[in-house]
Design a protein around this ligand. Structure first.
Ligand SMILES: [Zn+2]
Length: 208
């Protein structure tokens, strides 16, 4: 055994490199470091790939079985013509509206919040609460009406959610909401329309 101030790592190297002595272990340690980097990169890529897959094929939330609607797929160019610019930017460019800018933040009547793009009902007023954030907030959504994916726009992962029918971006969900779910669906007001109880819901928008 050669003299070494290093720990068991060099012992392992020396044992496996036979009589090559201390000249062998730095290279092996370098290789070990490279292997660790490659493994870390592979793990990162694996995670990124799974996120991308989720983004490409959004899944309805649990409870979405037995969907009672057909997906609406329109090119962004069509949505751009159909929607006000502020709504389009949020729904299909994932912009975020300014807090306290939407009248729906203060909407307290009983009714239904529908997707501003395709008109699919997404939230009931029964689950709306005042989060103090300046964005319309809900502690639950109507079953099967949202899909989720993880985004890294702020570096830390956040869970983005979108309309399960047209994939229009609605907001982000956090786990600091009230009972009974403990969730807070933080929604952009321009991505929703409100239909008070007693008024008919509009027919779902169709591709023309
Ligand atoms: Zn929609």
């Amino acid at each position: 055994m050669s003299e070494s101030s290093e720990s068991s790592e060099s012992n392992v190297s020396n044992r496996s490199s036979g009589s090559s002595g201390s000249s062998g272990w730095p290279r092996r340690r370098l290789l070990g470091t490279l292997a660790a980097i490659v493994a870390a990169a592979a793990a990162y890529l694996g995670r990124a790939t799974s996120v991308l897959r989720a983004a490409e094929a959004p899944e309805p939330s649990p409870g979405g079985a037995g969907k009672d609607f057909t997906p609406l797929e329109l090119p962004d160019s069509a949505w751009k013509q159909l929607l006000p610019a502020a709504s389009y930017d949020v729904l299909f460019e994932e912009a975020t509206e300014k807090p306290f800018s939407s009248p729906l933040n203060d909407e307290k009547r009983a009714g239904t919040f529908i997707c501003a793009a395709c008109y699919l009902p997404l939230f009931s007023s029964k689950t709306k609460f005042d989060s103090g954030t300046g964005w319309p907030s809900f502690w639950d959504h109507l079953p099967g009406r949202l899909g989720e994916k993880t985004d890294f726009k702020l570096l830390l992962p956040r869970t983005e959610y979108h309309c399960a029918r047209c994939t229009g971006h609605q907001g982000h969900v956090f786990d600091d909401g009230p009972e009974p779910t403990g969730l807070r669906y933080c929604n952009n007001g321009v991505a929703l329309q409100f239909v008070p109880d007693g008024e008919p819901l509009p027919a779902l928008r169709q591709a023309t």
